[in-house]
Design a protein around this ligand. Sequence first.
Ligand SMILES: C[S@@+](CC[C@H](N)C(=O)[O-])C[C@H]1O[C@@H](n2cnc3c(N)ncnc32)[C@H](O)[C@@H]1O
Length: 277
Amino acid sequence: MAAVMRASHLLVDDPPPIFRDDYALALSEVPAEEATALVRGFEPAIGAVFRATALVRARFSDEQVQEAAAAGTRQYVILGAGLDTFAWRRPDLATGFEVFEVDHPGTQEYKRNRLQAEAMAAPANLHFVPIDFAAQPDLVGALAEAGFQADRPTIWSWLGVMVYLTHDQIRSTLTTLTQLSAPGSVLVADFLLDRSLMDEAARAADDIGRPAAADEGGEPYVSTFEPNQIRKLMASGGWSDCRTWLPYDFEPWFAGRTDGLGPSTYVGLLVARLPKE
Ligand SMILES: C[S@@+](CC[C@H](N)C(=O)[O-])C[C@H]1O[C@@H](n2cnc3c(N)ncnc32)[C@H](O)[C@@H]1O
């Protein structure tokens, strides 16, 4: 669904794009007409919430990776990668990194089949790591086996995943990430906002997204947060230097748009850092 939202932006919204993903449509296996119909099937304000959420988090994480690259980081781990296309979309940035895509084994198998079907060869610096976060996985062992080096700074992205996990599962993963993170490492993540913080359009999107995730997706939403709660949870997992952003902080990205696409209080973003030595 996230990939279809990224893809549909190029089909239904006015130029210029907030974020350009030319690979998402092919990987999603959804024909362009179907993606367009799906998006147009929502109330415009609700469809905009879904698209803006997927676009903002993708653009935000690319920008954080760019900053990490400038700071000398050369290892990028995408937790819950789904149909993320960074390794194909941004060869300019990706070639400087060892990139690890960590995902549920079922999702990853689906993606690898899609890649094969679309003749999208995985670059040599991309490593697939199948893991189920809900099953107390051996993330340390699996990453090490894939060539990850814990003594080098890492940028981690964890987008569209925390919402499916309990606080204990999140904390335990954060603690593991701390053990795997050299000084100067960075974590980029998003979190579903508490309903009390959502605006009307976001609440309407939540009314659709929540049952769809639970019933059709088989992955119910479990955790929502106020920004101070997620910062506390991050700190309890070892990531105390944490800054949060709310969707309206990204309004400048939407300035001057003629299609009404804009941010909505649905999902927040965070960057947490481990101090440099
Ligand atoms: C909404 S998608 C987000 C994909 C991508 N990160 C993005 O931002 O577009 C959620 C991802 O979380 C992964 N995920 C959900 N529960 C998981 C679990 N228990 N273990 C591993 N991955 C999980 C799914 O496989 C899927 O790739």
